[in-house]
Ligand binder design. Structure first.
Ligand SMILES: Cc1ncc(COP(=O)(O)O)c(C=O)c1O
Length: 403
């Protein structure tokens, strides 16, 4: 293996000691140094509020985050709303949609609770939430891991019935790592008069998004986007947004009621843009951190560049693993998934549980930070990893003690 893959995000941008190999941004992304600096500067205004500049230190920070988020997603800034996390973004849709008794929402089986509980809670309003297995064997015990031949999107489209109003999916799944084809789903949903709502947190920042035909896309900022916990983004299609009950309050008035302090009776109560769905005062520190992190991702080539780099690292790792009998099947399964364009940034290996447990223990001892979910061992690459990291990862996974 050679060290030729130069990472789009220089490692020095993080406070990452050489002994640490962080393969867990699917759990929590590291904050870049620049974002920490921005937070420190802004924290000074909390110590001395008399120095706070209302526009630069408050309104512009929020505006800057909407603009950076939009640039990364290939969207318009006016369609972005600042939310605390993925869950609140999805809740804005679940609680705000004009449901009728008897309506249905379709979600995949095995969604993270953020994209499950808001829909299940609608039972009180007479809305059914149907959970659809995405491949044969997904509901079996033990679960059969997904492979390149699955057609998860078609399974979801086939489950749409006459009362289905929304299909809500994770773009990239947190446990098995499968990435759904949003373009195919969006097209099928549109043909059937159904809205597609996306939990994007496991793809945002590491895969280029296509929001064409999507109605809403929510993401927390603390994984691939490298922000702080407690700050996320919600993108909504403007026509869809007008159907939702507005959640916004004082900062969401059309003429910045916050500025004048007077609500003019002849104006609309809520803005038409994404602020319509924003609550009151945001955590300005978290907004500033996320904006700086997203700008760094953009400066380093954006999500498409980062995704291409990650795919190269993944292939390199899988090539190292495939010759080993213990890994041959999983390496082939993941190569197939990457070839079929069904992978995100996390390789989720389905291993015998003893092997997985032993590998996690060994990783800890070697400074390799990884994670397991629902029986899968997760190895998440990002834009700062290089071929040396892959080599270290391969040595860990191939260790004779890991069997
Ligand atoms: C698919 C998915 N959705 C949502 C979340 C987190 O949601 P929130 O941003 O609301 O904390 C996670 C966290 O692991 C996740 O993997």
């Amino acid at each position: 293996m050679t060290h030729t893959l130069s990472p789009p995000i220089p490692r020095e941008r993080f406070d990452m000691p050489p002994e640490v190999l962080w393969l867990s941004h699917c759990k929590d992304g590291p904050l870049p140094r620049i974002s920490a600096d921005v937070v420190r500067d802004l924290l000074e205004t909390e110590l001395r509020p008399w120095d706070l500049r209302w526009s630069e230190d408050f309104l512009d920070v929020q505006r800057g985050l909407r603009e950076a988020g939009a640039a990364l997603l290939g969207a318009r800034a006016e369609d972005m709303s600042l939310v605390t996390c993925t869950s609140t973004g999805l809740e804005a849709v679940a609680l705000g949609y004009p449901w009728q008794h008897g309506d249905e929402v379709v979600i995949p089986l095995g969604e993270f609770p953020s994209n499950r509980l808001p829909w299940l809670a609608l039972a009180r309003r007479g809305v059914t939430c149907t959970e659809v297995p995405l491949w044969d064997g997904q509901a079996a015990t033990p679960v059969r891991a997904p492979h390149a031949g699955i057609d998860a999107e078609q399974r979801l489209l086939d489950a749409i019935g006459p009362r289905t109003r929304i299909v809500a999916v994770s773009w990239v799944r947190y446990q098995d790592g499968i990435r759904l084809d949003l373009a195919k789903l969006a097209c099928g949903c549109r043909e059937r008069g159904v809205h597609l709502v996306v939990d994007g947190i496991q793809g945002a920042g590491t895969v280029a998004a296509s929001l064409d035909g999507v109605s809403a896309f929510a993401t927390g900022g603390h994984k691939g986007l490298l922000g702080l916990q407690g700050q996320g983004l919600l993108w909504t299609d403007s026509a869809f947004r007008q159907q939702l009950t507005p959640l916004g309050t004082w900062l969401s008035a059309p003429d910045d009621f916050s500025q004048s302090g007077t609500q003019k009776p002849n104006l609309e109560t809520w803005a038409q843009d994404g602020r319509r769905l924003e609550a009151g005062s945001p955590s300005i520190l978290s907004c500033a951190a996320l904006a700086a992190s997203i700008r760094l991702l953009l400066d380093c080539g954006g999500a498409a560049t980062i995704h291409a780099h990650i795919a190269r690292l993944q292939r390199l790792l899988l090539s190292a693993l495939e010759a080993d009998a213990r890994w041959a099947a999983e390496a082939a399964r993941w190569k197939g998934l990457i070839d079929a364009d069904k992978a995100g940034s996390t390789l989720c290996f389905a291993l015998p549980s003893r092997m997985s447990e032993r590998l996690v223990q060994m990783a800890e001892a070697q400074g390799i930070r990884t994670s397991t979910r629902e029986g899968y061992l997760r190895v998440a690459f990002h834009g700062w990893h290089d071929a040396g990291d892959v080599e270290r990862c391969a040595a860990w996974l191939l260790s004779p003690d890991g069997a």
